[in-house]
Design a protein around this ligand. Structure first.
Ligand SMILES: [Zn+2]
Length: 267
């Protein structure tokens, strides 16, 4: 699933890579395939799970991640949003009137950087696949926002000393290829979709239709976007430090602290 040479030289030998695992097929395949090549790369891997407090779904996902990490002998770090930060994704969504997916995105971006960094990680890997990136590329072109276009890359270098580099080793793998890998290796994974996710994802539907007409469309689009991204300047606003938590952020307070404060105000 991941060839060691695609990651060679990116992480110094002896360094620690945190792997963000949600329990879904993509992150399960990511963890397993990195675990397989960790010796060759000379790195240590740690699984990282965030319990977002989504009733039933989060508990089931945590169980899958616990059992996989135990079976593979991979150390597992868990952040429980409610226990460690006093709120859940559904609560923050209600308190801010933001869609749960947008709240979840803020929480994951924040914690997947802060927690691994505080625990000595050199980088963090996520399981985004070709379907995800094809969708992001299309959405970006459509909206003209280019939030993602400049970031469609296997490796996203850090733009701040407090931001970890991000690896997306599955960027050129389709959802079907990943599912085949997970099934062939008999890996446990969460089959159901998040109950808070919207029922339809229209951009993903467009990508799927296009793939039916032009086989290889997703990989082609991602490769094209990746080439293009090298000549694009990332449109990220200058980063400041959040006056509450001290983390790098484009706003002060940061989006994560604002979620927390909104929940506190409501209760
Ligand atoms: Zn903050």
């Amino acid at each position: 699933m991941i060839s060691p040479h695609s990651l060679r030289g990116i992480l110094p030998r002896g360094s620690t890579l945190f792997v963000a695992v949600s329990g879904g097929k993509d992150s399960v395949a990511l963890l397993h395939s990195l675990w397989r090549i960790r010796g060759e790369l000379g790195i240590r891997i740690v699984a990282y799970y965030i319990n977002l407090g989504i009733p039933t779904f989060s508990e089931r996902s945590e169980e899958v991640v616990r059992s996989l990490s135990r079976d593979l002998g991979i150390p597992l770090v868990i952040t429980d949003l409610e226990r460690d930060f006093g709120f859940t994704v559904p609560e923050a969504s209600r308190a801010t009137d933001r869609k749960p997916c947008s709240v979840c995105g803020i929480v994951k971006r924040y914690l997947q950087n802060r927690v691994p960094r505080e625990l000595g990680a050199s980088a963090v890997a996520t399981g985004h696949n070709a379907d995800d990136f094809a969708k992001f590329a299309l959405k970006d072109l459509y909206s003209g926002e280019a939030l993602w276009l400049s970031k469609i890359s296997r490796i996203l270098a850090s733009e701040d000393p407090l931001l970890l580099p991000k690896l997306r080793p599955l960027i050129h793998r389709t959802g079907e290829e990943i599912l085949t890998y997970v099934e062939e290796n008999d890996l446990p994974y969460v089959r159901e979709r998040c109950p808070l996710a919207p029922r339809r994802d229209r951009f993903l539907e467009v990508v799927t239709v296009a793939e039916g007409i032009i086989p290889g469309f997703r990989k082609g689009l991602v490769r094209g976007a990746e080439r293009l991204s090298k000549s694009l300047k990332p449109r990220t606003p200058p980063l400041v430090r959040c006056s509450i938590c001290g983390e790098p952020s484009s706003t002060d307070p940061c989006s994560f602290c604002r979620l927390r404060m909104a929940v506190e105000r409501k209760s």
